[in-house]
Design a protein around this ligand. Structure first.
Ligand SMILES: C[S@@+](CC[C@H](N)C(=O)[O-])C[C@H]1O[C@@H](n2cnc3c(N)ncnc32)[C@H](O)[C@@H]1O
Length: 219
């Protein structure tokens, strides 16, 4: 596993030893199928376009993207070699041809203006405020003009119950969750230069409110 630049790195469930449990925990606690289906449905790209699942984890969403856009060149990036081994196994088992890269979101290994859409789920709360900004600068760089960002993450709690439910996420993933739970992601997306930022859906879950957003790189 690459270590350079990984000082603030938070693995999928907060601790490396929990990674093998990731799929089971997410499936039963986040209404995963419902919110990831909605995220995939909001994407509109040319049939042979290029797609990136940023911080793809075990690639549940990446495989769903490839099913929806079978002719698209589909990429999955994650900084954790261990979780990428699970992702590669899952993609092979489903027959999905996906290009995986082990890299950090702050220095992505793609040329400028490469992707028609970037999708990312349950990831931004893993990043410090500075790394959220750097990652969004990279998103802006590798998106084509007119390309879109589709972001699902823990967001501002919809009510007191959801606020209480989000405490385990704060405990597992630490201080980096703060600006996500304060609802500051749209503001950071705008600071990076993206426009037409809309919240497209929100879901109450066992661990708080998941919010979906869509944004566009200007032409
Ligand atoms: C909670 S998991 C989400 C995985 C997947 N997107 C999903 O929806 O199930 C967060 C992922 O972010 C990855 N990650 C954390 N920091 C990263 C960084 N700076 N660059 C790339 N990946 C990172 C972790 O390895 C982990 O796989």
């Amino acid at each position: 596993m690459k270590t350079e630049g990984k000082e603030n790195y938070i693995p999928a469930l907060g601790f490396d030893f929990l990674t093998p449990l990731y799929d089971t925990v997410v499936k039963w606690t986040t209404r995963e199928k419902v919110f990831k289906t909605k995220l995939v449905e909001q994407i509109d790209i040319p049939s042979s376009g290029r797609l990136l699942d940023l911080a793809c984890g075990t690639a549940t969403l990446t495989v769903a993207l490839k099913r929806r856009f079978p002719h698209a060149e589909t990429h999955g990036l994650d900084g954790d070699a261990r979780i990428l081994r699970i992702a590669r196994r899952k993609a092979a088992a489903s027959g999905a041809e996906i290009n995986f890269s082990e890299a950090l979101s702050t220095t992505m290994p793609y040329p400028a203006e490469y992707f028609d859409a970037i999708v990312t789920s349950l990831f931004f709360h893993h990043l410090t405020p500075a790394n959220k900004r750097r990652t969004l600068e990279e998103v802006f760089r590798v998106l084509k003009a007119g390309g879109t960002l589709h972001l699902a993450d823990w967001g501002k709690a919809a009510n007191v119950l959801m606020k209480a439910a989000s405490q385990p996420i704060i405990w597992l993933d630490g201080a980096t969750t703060k600006d996500s739970l304060q609802g500051r992601l749209p503001e950071l997306v705008a600071e990076a230069g993206l426009i037409e930022i809309d919240e497209t859906a929100s879901f109450g879950t066992f661990f708080g409110t998941i919010r979906l957003h869509k944004a566009r790189k200007p032409l």
